[in-house]
Design a binder for this molecule. Structure first.
Ligand code: HEM
Length: 145
């Protein structure tokens, strides 16, 4: 079970979720520019069989949207199940979560600049890893029931 997020982190993420979503497409685009410099990461998406460009957008939009519910994961139960199944089908493994974090967090800073400070980025990092752990646990269970 993931360590619960602190009330401070939850407050920061919820307060800043609207600005993240407002700039979601720019953040997403920058995130994939960063992520796809690694051909192995790009191949995971190319081989997933969806329309080019579609899933990446959904993925990043989901990370931004889910953050609003970091304190109420039961509201996300259905979405988490669907994503975990898609990930297992696309051969996503725990070691892939680091590169996505390393692309997403700097992309937020690239796009939002001075509107985000270190404490905001740290809160988003914690929220990302919280969700990542929930997904990884489900993916393990689905892959090896
Ligand atoms: C907290 C982290 C993550 C979230 C919230 C997330 C969310 C999502 C969502 C919403 C989808 C679309 C599901 C649907 O079809 O309805 C998706 C698909 C996908 N995700 Fe993730 N994802 C995360 C981490 C990752 C990581 C680390 C990778 C590895 C590079 C990854 C790779 C993919 C791929 C390749 C697909 C497309 C699957 C397909 O086309 O069938 N995701 N993800």
């Amino acid at each position: 079970m993931s360590k619960p997020l602190s009330p401070e982190v939850i407050a920061i993420v919820k307060r800043t979720a609207p600005i993240m979503q407002q700039h979601g497409l720019a953040i997403t685009t920058r995130m994939y520019d960063r992520l796809f410099t690694d051909p192995k990461m790009k191949a995971l998406f190319d081989n997933a069989g969806s329309a080019p460009g579609e899933q990446p957008k959904r993925l990043a939009a989901a990370i931004l949207a889910y953050a609003q519910n970091v304190d109420n994961l039961s509201a996300l139960h259905g979405a988490i199940e669907r994503v975990a199944k898609r990930h297992v089908a696309a051969h996503i493994a725990p070691e892939h979560y680091g590169p996505v974090a390393d692309a997403l967090l700097p992309a937020i800073k690239d796009i939002l600049g001075d509107a985000v400070d270190a404490s905001i980025l740290e809160a988003w990092k914690e929220a990302y890893w919280f969700l990542a752990e929930v997904l990884q646990n489900r993916e393990k269970a689905i892959a090896r029931p």
